[in-house]
Design a protein around this ligand. Structure first.
Ligand code: 1CP
Length: 383
């Protein structure tokens, strides 16, 4: 598609029919709680596996028509309240010139990870621009926003600086992230320099996604489990805050209406206060966050929308047990300022019937809860 054809398409997005999730971010009264599922497009769906048997992972990412198809697959099966563009957090290091391959049954693998700071000069091309290198993501977003035809909002996303840096140094997934953490203890200045550079690039990547049609943004800081409070405060939080502020300012500068920002900092149970006071509209909670912690931040930060946090493994339970867990989750979070989701990405062997049951049950129970409080209020006001 030509640039002018894309620009034209961006001006003519179909009107939105279901904006529940956007209203939840603003804390408006709702008829039911919105729900989407992290990694809702992916390997648990046979139609995804079938498409992947013909195309490599990054070919799918780089082909807007395929991205659009895969993004829509879960929406054809389930009554979801948001779509998330099919892409990956590792398209950012690729855009900077690093070679990343997706190895079957293993995951992402970098051909030449960063071993020492001198490698940054060799492997990371600081002249690259998101708007050029990741144009395929933005084209996919514009195409998908049209194909959705207003069914629900489209989420754009990026990995956060520390998570991307840890992949760039480790070169693959890791239990301990000890190579990347070594940088934080031995190459302090160089680590900050890399994180700062990534921060600017990520801000551009997120803003471009909004220009292309994304209606919410989620930032994945997936590797907080290997940090402690002090490391998080020094090497993650300042950059998360810069991103929230930077995206907001860039959108204002470009006269683009603001979109809600979600932070999902997995395993950052030690920094919930900091996350809730970092000017993100939504704080995603992973499945390990306790009821006590949820109640505490709910009370302390009533204007922050919370997202999560059902254990992805709860989808292996019987439908009766699953329903009990959903009810409990809705009772703890409440129905306002809340987006239901899993507390991490869905697993490839998730039971598809239970995925549908999860989504439909959140809708049913939350609408019952909302209509019973509304009718109680009406009775009270008529007294
Ligand atoms: O073979 C395949 O098809 C690859 C499986 C797969 C998929 C479906 C990968 C490899 N990435 C994705 C898509 C993806 N990744 C999405 C798409 C949209 C959707 O959610 O439906 C998103 C949002 C991501 C984000 C992502 N990628 C994260 C953050 C979320 C999280 O899990 O914490 C991370 C850490 C990655 C890296 C990555 N990509 C793929 C894998 C297996 C991994 C994890 C590797 C590891 O550290 O072990």
């Amino acid at each position: 598609m030509s640039d002018s054809a894309i620009k034209q398409l961006q001006k003519e997005f179909p009107p939105i029919k279901n904006n529940l999730i956007l209203r939840a971010c603003r804390g408006e009264p709702l008829e039911r709680v919105p729900i989407w599922i992290m990694r809702q497009a992916g390997r648990y769906l046979p139609e995804y596996l079938s498409l992947r048997s013909e195309h490599s992972f990054f070919d799918v990412c780089r082909t807007p028509a395929l991205c659009c198809e895969v993004t829509l697959q879960p929406l054809r099966r389930f009554d979801l309240d948001a779509a998330i563009i099919f892409s990956d957090i590792l398209v950012v290091p690729q855009a900077l010139g690093m070679q990343v391959d997706m190895i079957a049954k293993e995951g992402p693998r970098f051909a030449h990870p960063l071993n020492v700071p001198a490698d940054i000069k060799l492997r990371v091309d600081r002249s690259k621009q998101a708007s050029v290198e990741l144009k395929y993501v933005y084209d996919a977003i514009t195409l998908t926003r049209h194909a959705l035809n207003g069914q629900c909002p489209l989420i754009g996303f990026s990995g956060a600086p520390w998570t991307l840096m840890s992949y760039m140094v480790e070169g693959k997934g890791s239990e301990t992230h000890s190579k990347a953490k070594k940088w934080l203890y031995t190459y302090v200045e160089e680590s900050h320099d890399l994180l700062q550079f990534l921060t600017h690039f990520i801000i551009d990547h997120l803003v471009e996604q909004v220009c292309a049609g994304a209606q919410l943004l989620q930032l994945f800081e997936s590797h907080c489990g290997c940090l402690n409070y002090d490391l998080f405060i020094r090497f993650s939080l300042p950059y998360l805050r810069q991103i929230a502020k930077g995206v907001r300012e860039a959108l204002t500068r470009r006269h683009i209406p603001y979109v809600p920002l979600i932070i999902f900092a997995k395993d950052a149970h030690y920094a919930l206060d900091e996350l809730c006071s970092s000017s993100f509209d939504v704080v995603g909670l992973d499945w390990s966050i306790t009821r006590k912690q949820i109640r505490s931040i709910r009370d302390k930060y009533p204007t922050v929308t919370l997202q999560g946090n059902l254990d992805p493994c709860a989808l292996y339970a019987s439908s009766n047990d699953l329903e009990k867990m959903i009810k409990q989750m809705l009772e703890i979070f409440g129905t306002k300022h809340y987006i239901a989701n899993l507390g991490h990405g869905i697993y490839p062997d998730a039971n598809i019937d239970n995925v549908k049951h999860f989504i439909d049950t959140v809708h049913r129970i939350s609408s019952e809860m909302i209509s019973s409080t509304t009718s109680t209020k009406t009775i009270n006001s008529n007294k």
